[in-house]
Write a protein that binds this ligand. Structure first.
Ligand code: ZN
Length: 51
């Protein structure tokens, strides 16, 4: 489940165009755009080796 890093909400809408790729937070008090590359845990380092 996606969780907004700004407000902790779980209502996100995937959004991407030619320049942006990420999730748009649907919480009424937040509404921020979260880039797909934004990874608070940075798990991608070891995920690559599992492929
Ligand atoms: Zn949010």
């Amino acid at each position: 489940m996606w969780t907004c890093p700004y407000c902790g909400g779980t209502h996100g809408l995937p959004f991407h165009d030619s320049q942006l790729d990420g999730i748009l937070c649907m919480e009424p008090d937040c509404g921020r755009f979260v880039d797909r590359n934004w990874d608070p845990d940075d798990l991608s380092e070891w995920d690559d080796t599992d492929l």
